[in-house]
Ligand binder design. Structure first.
Ligand code: UDP
Ligand code: MG
Length: 309
């Protein structure tokens, strides 16, 4: 038995089929340490809670925090970080896409001094080509836009030192982009590698629109540069417009061209500038929306029940 406590935080949303196989593999790993397993039930509508309670009843190290409703994966993680009491905290998905066995390697790296240990996917064979491409594009994009280097092929499977967790849970953000924030803290980090597995049961909860929302949240919470880009686009199009104006006036008064045509040019111009304006307003709106949500200052999540906590 080593002299520290390991916390494992697991957000669960409709994972009734995953609890049994997950605990079987996870307990085999964590029993080497002083441990706690914290399930954060993110408003599941199936029998997830009952399944977890079968275990909390006779193992006080297994704990449950239940939300009133679905508040989302990231806030479930934050809630787990808030109640976790370990010296290091591992966050892992419930669906066994992240193999619990490598937690032992993560703990080793942490003992050697890393404050953050990421589990990095070696290959993403089980993910669709579409998910692979969009994920790569997203990390490129966010890398180009913000000063924070968000590591590629790293999800929310990671180990954090207590120090990092204490910092993360004080952040007031309502839509935290945790993998960015973790990198943003700048603590010394290390990697362990794994192959992402198939889901044990059920299907992903990240639909295309949810992924898009997640990506937009990530970008807007890490960079104000899209606003700058909007201004640049504004300047460029205004400049093009100015050239157009000079051309039209010179053509009308000085050049001997028959000056009638131009309906298509007009139409294209209006469509183009209309589009640019809408995009720009949309970008500004994204940020104003964020300011609005934060200014309401509502609690991040509502807790219905705590077991063994
Ligand atoms: N999850 C959650 N709240 C949600 C959606 C998902 O707590 O609103 C949990 C889910 O139970 C799982 C983890 O977050 O443990 C990752 O979700 P999922 O496997 O659906 O995402 P993917 O692996 O497809 O990215
Ligand atoms: Mg999954």
């Amino acid at each position: 038995m080593k002299q520290f406590t390991l916390s494992v935080v697991i957000p669960v949303y409709n994972e009734e089929g995953s609890i049994e196989p997950l605990l079987k593999r996870l307990l085999a790993v964590v029993k080497a340490y002083k441990y706690e397993i914290v399930f954060v039930n993110d408003g599941s509508k199936d029998h997830t809670v009952e399944k977890i309670k079968e275990h909390t009843a006779h193992n006080a190290n297994i704990k449950l925090l239940s939300f009133n409703r679905n508040f989302g994966h990231q806030l479930a993680l934050v809630a787990g970080y808030t109640v976790a009491s370990g010296d290091c905290v591992v966050s892992i998905d419930a669906d066994l896409q992240d193999p619990p066995e490598i937690i032992a390697d993560m703990v080793e790296k942490w003992l050697k001094g890393a404050k953050i240990v990421y589990a990095k996917r070696k290959k993403r064979d089980v993910d669709s080509a579409f998910k692979k491409i969009t994920a790569r594009l997203f990390y490129r994009f966010i890398g180009a836009l913000s000063e924070t280097e968000v590591p590629d092929n790293v999800g929310d499977f990671r180990l954090l030192d207590k120090e990092v967790v204490d910092l993360l849970k004080t952040l007031p953000e309502h839509s935290p982009f945790l993998r960015g924030l973790v990198a943003w803290t700048g603590y010394p980090s290390d990697y362990v590698y794994f192959d992402r597995e198939e889901r044990t049961s059920g299907t992903t909860h990240y639909s295309f629109t949810k992924m898009l929302d997640f990506a937009l949240d990530g970008i807007t919470s890490f960079s104000a540069r899209p606003l700058r880009i909007a201004s640049y686009i504004g300047f460029i199009t205004a400049f093009l417009g100015f050239i157009g104006i000079v051309y039209a006036i010179v053509g009308r008064f000085l050049l001997p061209i028959p000056w009638v045509t131009g309906w298509s040019a007009l139409f294209v111009g209006i469509m183009f500038f209309g589009g640019v304006q809408l995009i720009t307003i949309g970008i500004i709106g994204e940020y104003i929306g964020k300011i609005y949500i934060e200014s309401l200052n509502r609690p991040h999540y509502l807790i219905k029940e705590k077991v063994n906590l």
